[in-house]
Design a protein around this ligand. Sequence first.
Ligand SMILES: [Zn+2]
Ligand SMILES: [Zn+2]
Length: 153
Amino acid sequence: MIAEKPSFESIFMNLASDLALRSHCVKAQVGAVLTKDTRIISIGYNGPPAGTHNCDEEWPETGCPRDARGSCSLALHAEENAILYAAKNGADLQGSTLYVTLSPCLPCARLIFSSGITNVIYKSSYAEYKGLASDEGVDFLRRFGVECSKLGT
Ligand SMILES: [Zn+2]
Ligand SMILES: [Zn+2]
């Protein structure tokens, strides 16, 4: 019997999940992988810009300062880090696919749309986790033609 080959979807999402573990953030750890035609363009995980803060080392007890939504006020999100790295290196994101372990927030959704990403696959829903009616980031992306799906659904 021939063993079943893992799909690219599961390979990329497993990588995003591993990357999330590298995050220094105390509260949420999120990873992202940016791909095109089954190749990886960029990766990212949430955290303050390189060379600024390491939340877990500086505030091991309390965690870092929070913003209004209760997220780290210093961190770039995983999606932002992945997109910024790609942009810095002149990669063309038009038509690319983003794998992310948590559904994108609205500011990230705006960035995802503007950078030309046409497909977003996420592992967990932020709204489900928070008990909210819907994912505002996903709603925004769908409204403007970006395909979004939760892995395995
Ligand atoms: Zn933090
Ligand atoms: Zn975000």
